[in-house]
Structure formats: C-alpha cells, structure tokens
Design a binder for this molecule. Structure first.
Ligand code: PGA
Length: 253
C-alpha cells in the first residue's frame, strides 16, 4: 500500500501575522517544482490561521489548527470550534499534542471528545501520542502508546476511521535535539498500525498514515522516511525556518 506522505509543521506559540505571511511565501517558492510532492501542512497559532489560509490559496500547502474544542458554541471562554476552523478554510487540526497534555492538562478523555467532534465535521485530525522518558526507560512505551491510541479512538465510527492521521511523538525527543532513531520510530509506528488494525481492520490500518515527531531536521528526515511504517513527519523547531522546512520536504521525497 503506498501512502502519500505528510510533512507537517507545528509552529506552537510562534510567528506574528506578517512573519507567517513571509514564511509561507518563502516556503511556496522553496518547494516549487518538486516532483510528486508530499502533502505539506502548516499549523500556525489560531489568530494567524486566516492569514495563512489566505497566503496559501494557490494550493500545495494545507493549513491546520493546533487545537480545537469539542463544543460548537457557548460559554467556553478562550476556546475555538471545529465550525469556526472549517469556515476559515482550515483543513487539519492537531489533537492531543504532548504540550497540550502536559501543560494544559488534556486527558485521553479530552482527546477522545475532540476527535469525535472533529470527525463529525470535515477537518482531518492529526492525533498525537507518545511516551515520556521515564516510561521508555521503564519499558512501558508499548503499553503507554497503545493505551493512548485506543483511548483516543473510543467510539469512532468505522466510516470515519480512514480520515484519521496519527503522530508518534516521544516526549523525550520533542525540542531536545535527541530524535528517536529510525528503527525506534518504526517499531512504535508498526505497533500503532497494528492497534488501529485490531479495531478497524487491515484495510484501514494499511491506509493509515503515522507521522513521526521529535527533533526532526533536514539531516535526519531521509533516514526516518526510509522506514516502512513512517509516513511523514511532524516538525516543531525546524518548521519555523522556511529554508529548513523546505529542506525537510525535499529530504522526504
Ligand atoms: P520539535 O517538536 O521538532 O521541536 O522536537 C516537535 C513537536 O512538538 O511536534
């Protein structure tokens, strides 16, 4: 099964309106002419989404949000809904990034609620999972990741399962410069694929795209992408520089 790779950038709390526009114009030029391009996704802060959608109207770059709420409207100060994102022309949304989990108290249950809400609309969810260092050192990686995947997918209808993208982001590799090795990533990706297959069947598992995230840079991308179960990367720090991010995209093809 050939799965179209996704190269995604997560800007986190970075870039103003004008910085975002400049970046996207530069990226567009930086990746022009690539044969057989991967899906390219940028996830800017929510206040910059409209600018980003506007700057990418020519296509080739999709725009995603970094977070969303599970209610459509109401007294939920500070939150944004799937409907708001859809109305802006946003196509993707990250769910359950480890920073949301660790710094903002997002639980597996919250991740599941968000995923179900997203699947009731048109956005493509990118669900993030991953173990912390102590869990890896205690030999619990497999258990932790499988539980996060299963809990996220609770109650997902079979016909919606094909829309889901998963991202394996070992927390110890995020922002540390210490990427998982291609082999470490591939092992967990295979496990994620089998977990999804156990719930939704082999056809869904075969199509499922599993991205790796954690200290991805232009130099380690090709090695990661060479692995059979690595279908793309989710990039934090190195996605802030248009040249570096274009380098990652080129290394991935
Ligand atoms: P990093 O972040 O590439 O800076 O390690 C990855 C992420 O948090 O998605």
């Amino acid at each position: 099964m050939s799965r179209r790779p996704i190269i995604a950038g997560n800007w986190k709390l970075n870039k103003t309106h004008s910085e975002a526009r400049q970046f996207l114009l530069k990226l567009r030029n930086g990746i022009a002419g690539i044969d057989n391009p991967p899906e390219v996704l940028i996830c800017p802060p929510s206040v910059v989404l409209e600018t980003a959608v506007d700057a990418t109207r020519e296509g080739g770059i999709a725009i995603g949000a970094q977070n969303v709420y599970w209610e459509s409207a109401g007294a939920f100060t500070g939150e944004i809904s799937t409907e708001m994102l859809e109305s802006l022309g946003v196509s993707h949304v990250l769910i359950g990034h480890s920073e949301r989990r660790a710094l903002f108290g997002e639980s597996d249950e919250d991740v599941n609620r968000k995923l179900l809400k997203v699947l009731s609309g048109t956005l493509t969810p990118v669900v993030c999972v991953g173990e912390v260092l102590a869990e890896r050192e205690a030999g619990k990686t497999e258990h932790v990741v499988v539980e996060q995947v299963k809990n996220a997918l609770l109650g997902v209808a079979h016909e919606h399962a094909r829309r889901i993208v998963l991202a394996y982001e070992p927390v110890w590799a995020i922002g540390t410069g210490l990427s998982a090795t291609p082999d470490q990533a591939n092992t967990v990706h295979g496990l994620i694929r089998r977990s999804v297959g156990a719930i939704f069947g082999d056809a869904v598992a075969d199509e499922l795209r599993v991205l790796y995230g954690g200290s991805v840079n232009p130099d380690n991308t090709a090695g990661l992408m060479a692995e059979s179960d690595v279908d793309g990367v989710l990039v934090g720090g190195a996605s802030l520089d248009a040249g570096a991010f274009a380098g990652i995209i080129r290394a991935a093809v």
